[in-house]
Ligand binder design. Structure first.
Ligand SMILES: Nc1ncnc2c1ncn2[C@@H]1O[C@H](COP(=O)(O)OP(=O)(O)OP(=O)(O)O)[C@@H](O)[C@H]1O
Length: 379
C-alpha cells in the first residue's frame, strides 16, 4: 500500500500492496488485504487526526471491485459523525476523497440497506466516538450475523471487554437480528467518550477456566438446531479441556427479535488472567448443525493452541486502539493475520505510532506498539 501527500490530502493507493507482494522473492512475504478494512481504518484515523485522505483502487482485483453498500454506509457514517465531506461515495466507486470535520456527540443512524455487517459499521465508527464531546447513540441497521465479519455476539462478548481494557467503553443491545440475504437487523449502541485510551499489556494467557457463548435459531428453524450446535461445540472443547466449566445459552428468536431465518453460534473461552477468545459459525443450508458447532469449537481450540491472549480475529481489530493509546501496548497473539499486517501498515501510514512485531515462534507473535496518546480535547 502506498501513500503520498498531495495538496494536504493523503493519497492512499490501496492496490499498490499487490505489486509489493509480486516483488517479494524468497524473503518473508509481507502481504496486505486489499479490502474494506483499509477503508475503515483510513477513514477512522482521518476523522480522528483531521487528515484528509484519498483512497484509490479500492478493492481492485476483486470480482466485485469498488465500494460495496456496507463500505459506503461505513464511510457515510464517519462523514456524518464529524460533519465531513465525502467525494466518490457511491456503490462501486473505486476512489474516494474524505475531508474530515469535528466529531460531534449525538444520535446517528447507519443503514446498510442490505445484509451488510452492522459490526463492520461499529468497527469504523466506535473509535471516533471515544473523542466526542459527549455520549453518542448509534442506531445501526443491516446484518447482525454476517459471514466474514464479527457476529454481533462476538462484538459484545469478545471485542467489547477487550476494548474496555484500553478505556474504550460502549454498550450494545440487539433489538433485532438480521441475516443474509435480507438483512433487517437492528442494534443500538451507546458509546462513552474517554479522555485518552491507555496502553494494554496482554501477554499472560493463563489457563482456560470457563466456556460460555450463545447459539440461536430464528425464523423457521427449530430449537434443536441451536442445541445441536451448542452440544457439538462444547464436546470438541471438553475433549481437551475437561475441567473448564461450560455453558452456552441456547435461544429461539421470535419474529420480533429477528428478521428472517438464520442460525449461528459464538463460543467464548475465558482464562484465569482475564483473556477472552472465541470461535464462531453460521448455519448454512446443507451443513449439519453438529458440523457448524464443531467448527466453532475447533476455531476456539485453534486460537487457544497458539497460547496468545487474543484470538485470530481480534488481532486486527485492536491495532487501531493500540495506535491511539498512550504508552506501550503489548499483545501476545498467534500467527499474524493478513488483516493485522494491513491494519499495522495503515496505522503507521496515518499516525506516528510505532509498531514492532516479534515472531516468537511459527505460532506465536508479540505485537508491541508505542501509541500516540491521542487526547480528547473536550474532556
Ligand atoms: N469469524 C469472525 N469472528 C470475528 N471477527 C471476524 C470474523 N470473520 C471476520 N472477522 C473480522 O471482520 C473484519 C473483516 O474485514 P474485511 O476487510 O475482510 O471485510 P470487508 O469490509 O467485508 O471487506 P472485503 O469485502 O473487501 O473483503 C476483520 O476485522 C476480521 O477480523
Amino acid at each position: 500500500m502506498r501513500m503520498r501527500l498531495y495538496k494536504g490530502i493523503r493519497e492512499i493507493d490501496s492496490f499498490a500492496m499487490r505489486k509489493q507482494t509480486e516483488n517479494v522473492s524468497n524473503t518473508q512475504e509481507f502481504l496486505f488485504h486489499n479490502g474494506g478494512q483499509i477503508l475503515r481504518n483510513c477513514a477512522t484515523l482521518s476523522c480522528l487526526l483531521n487528515k484528509p485522505i484519498r483512497v484509490s483502487k479500492i478493492r481492485a482485483g476483486r470480482s466485485n471491485p469498488g465500494l460495496r453498500p456496507q463500505h459506503l454506509t461505513g464511510l457515510q457514517l464517519i462523514r456524518d459523525i464529524c460533519n465531513g465531506k465525502l467525494e466518490g461515495g457511491v456503490v462501486s466507486s473505486s476512489e474516494i476523497t474524505f475531508i474530515p470535520g469535528k466529531v460531534k456527540a449525538g444520535s446517528y443512524t447507519g443503514d446498510t440497506k442490505t445484509a451488510g455487517s452492522i459490526c463492520l459499521l461499529m468497527q469504523a465508527a466506535l473509535p471516533c466516538f471515544i473523542y466526542a464531546d459527549g455520549e453518542v447513540t448509534l442506531r445501526l441497521l443491516g446484518g447482525t450475523n454476517a459471514d466474514m465479519a464479527p457476529q454481533i455476539d462476538y462484538a459484545l462478548m469478545v471485542f467489547r471487554p477487550f476494548a474496555a481494557k484500553f478505556g474504550m467503553n460502549f454498550t450494545g443491545s440487539i433489538l433485532r437480528r438480521g441475516f443474509y440475504p435480507k438483512g433487517g437487523g437492528e442494534v443500538q449502541v451507546k458509546v462513552f467518550p474517554s479522555k485518552c485510551l491507555n496502553a494494554v499489556d496482554a501477554t499472560d494467557r493463563g489457563q482456560l477456566t470457563r466456556v460460555t457463548g450463545q447459539a440461536f435459531v430464528a425464523g423457521v428453524l427449530p430449537i434443536k438446531v441451536a442445541r445441536a450446535m451448542s452440544h457439538s461445540a462444547q464436546d470438541v472443547v471438553r475433549n481437551l479441556y475437561p475441567d473448564a466449566s461450560m455453558h452456552i445459552d441456547v435461544k429461539q428468536e421470535t419474529s420480533a427479535s429477528a428478521f428472517g431465518t438464520g442460525t449461528g453460534i459464538t463460543i467464548v473461552g475465558e482464562t484465569s488472567t482475564g483473556c477472552i477468545l472465541a470461535g464462531s459459525g453460521l448455519g448454512k443450508r446443507g451443513v449439519p448443525a453438529e458440523k457448524v458447532g464443531e467448527d466453532a469449537g475447533e476455531m476456539l481450540l485453534n486460537s487457544l493452541d497458539h497460547g496468545g491472549c487474543v484470538d485470530d480475529f481480534l488481532q486486527d481489530q485492536i491495532i487501531i486502539l493500540m495506535a491511539l493509546a498512550k504508552g506501550k501496548s503489548r499483545v501476545l497473539c498467534g500467527p499474524m493475520s493478513l488483516h493485522t499486517q494491513t491494519a499495522i501498515h495503515v496505522a503507521q501510514l496515518m499516525t506516528e505510532a510505532k509498531f514492532e512485531v516479534k515472531e516468537l515462534s511459527k505460532t506465536s507473535t508479540l505485537i508491541e506498539c508505542e501509541g500516540i496518546g491521542l487526547v480528547n480535547p473536550y474532556l
